[in-house]
Design a protein around this ligand. Structure first.
Ligand SMILES: NC(=O)c1ccc[n+]([C@@H]2O[C@H](COP(=O)([O-])OP(=O)(O)OC[C@H]3O[C@@H](n4cnc5c(N)ncnc54)[C@H](OP(=O)(O)O)[C@@H]3O)[C@@H](O)[C@H]2O)c1
Length: 344
């Protein structure tokens, strides 16, 4: 590649933005040229993210600053919900965008209001975004110009359930019990993420109202419009920093053998470099810091349990965002991302 593509990151001071920077410094075809922050605007990136010292001497400008937009080839947005639409309404239509927030994932404005609260600053632009669960939407992502990157829970759960729903082999209500680490709530300390109350704590939250439910159901219906929609999702807060672990409890229409389920997942993910099929349970430790999604299962007659482990900040956010960027630019999707997990 003769000239590197120029990349901007809105929200570079946060956890998602920091992971974008960490991974993009290992990417051969891009150069990060513009970074923004809000409260930390004016600070150097390596003062905010000391682990990037020696890699980045950029200074974060305020997100409201307008660069020469045509100097960018692609903009990542890693902003709190509600801020992406404000920024999108200012962007030239020609600029490629990958949004890590939830603002452009849902096609139904009423569902957006219900699960995210408040009005959307430019819902008309939602139609310009393709939902970027890469492995299940690869062709759409390749043709896209703007990507709504999936949520972290949604990524793990959809990777587990997508092939089963697409093949229409389930019946009745699917129950998903999933756990997340504290970095899923972002860099701002809150009562629920403060170390003394978070360390050694384990609890359920957002029963029946987690904001990832509608995007999960939306894609499952896209994969199989005949799916009956029975789906219960219970998130839990686990005493770890990184990681999503999803256990999906599924009733099959008929008895399946373990080798038949293995074949089904092999068919779905055989050409997907980041989905690794494992025996039995995966482990969040095996994928920590990496873009891999490890998927295992156990089956007995008509009862199937599927386990998926990802790093919420990588496959659940910034890694998948870069995987989607690679496809937008026509590069192999694993470019810059083939890094094994940091285990232990
Ligand atoms: N964390 C995850 O595991 C994860 C996974 C998937 C998707 N996401 C989504 O990705 C987005 C970013 O998440 P995160 O975890 O990186 O959050 P974060 O750590 O809280 O970072 C938020 C970023 O947005 C900036 N910001 C805050 N308020 C702003 C405002 N009013 N206007 C403009 N910029 C503002 C912050 O700047 P300052 O620091 O300077 O204030 C920071 O750069 C969220 O929408 C989140 O839901 C997160």
């Amino acid at each position: 590649m003769s000239e590197k593509r120029k990349i901007g990151i809105a929200g570079a001071s946060g956890y998602g933005g920091g992971e974008l920077l960490r991974l993009l410094y290992g990417h051969p075809f891009v150069e990060v040229v513009w970074v923004t922050a809000h409260q930390q605007a004016g600070q150097r990136v390596d003062a905010i993210h000391p682990h990037l010292r020696g890699f980045c001497d950029l200074v974060c400008v305020d997100t409201s600053a307008n660069p020469a937009w045509d100097s960018l080839d692609l903009l990542f947005m890693a902003l709190p919900h509600g801020e992406s639409p404000r920024l999108v309404s200012k962007l030239p239509a020609s600029l490629r965008v990958v949004d890590l927030a939830g603002d452009f994932r849902l096609r139904d404005a009423a569902l957006y209001r219900k699960f995210y609260g408040g009005e959307h600053a430019c819902f008309a632009s939602q139609k310009d975004f393709v939902y970027g669960l890469t492995e299940l939407q690869r062709e759409a992502v390749q043709k896209a110009h703007r990507i709504a990157n999936p949520g972290c829970f949604a990524t793990a759960i959809l990777l587990g359930l997508g092939p089963l729903i697409a093949e229409d082999i389930t019946t009745g209500t699917i129950i998903v019990d999933a756990k997340t680490g504290s970095s899923g709530s972002g860099a701002q300390a809150k009562a629920g993420t403060h170390h003394p109350t978070r360390d050694a704590s384990f609890h359920a939250y957002k029963s029946f109202e987690h904001q990832h439910v509608p995007e999960i159901k939306q894609l499952l219906y896209d994969l199989n419009p005949r799916w009956d929609g029975g789906f219960v999702f219970q998130p839990h807060s686990a005493p770890m920093v990184r990681g999503i672990f999803a256990s999906c409890y599924v009733t099959l229409r008929e008895a399946w053998s373990s080798s038949a389920i293995q074949n089904l997942y092999n068919k779905a993910y055989g050409t997907s470099p980041f989905v690794r099929l494992v025996q039995g349970s995966p482990n969040v430790l095996w994928v920590r810091g990496s873009n891999f999604a490890d998927l295992g299962f156990v089956v007995e007659d008509r009862q199937l349990i599927v386990f998926v482990a990802i790093d919420n900040l990588v496959k659940g956010a910034s890694g998948q965002a870069i995987q989607n960027m690679n496809l937008l630019f026509g590069w192999p999707e694993q470019t810059g991302l083939l890094i094994p997990g940091a285990c232990p």
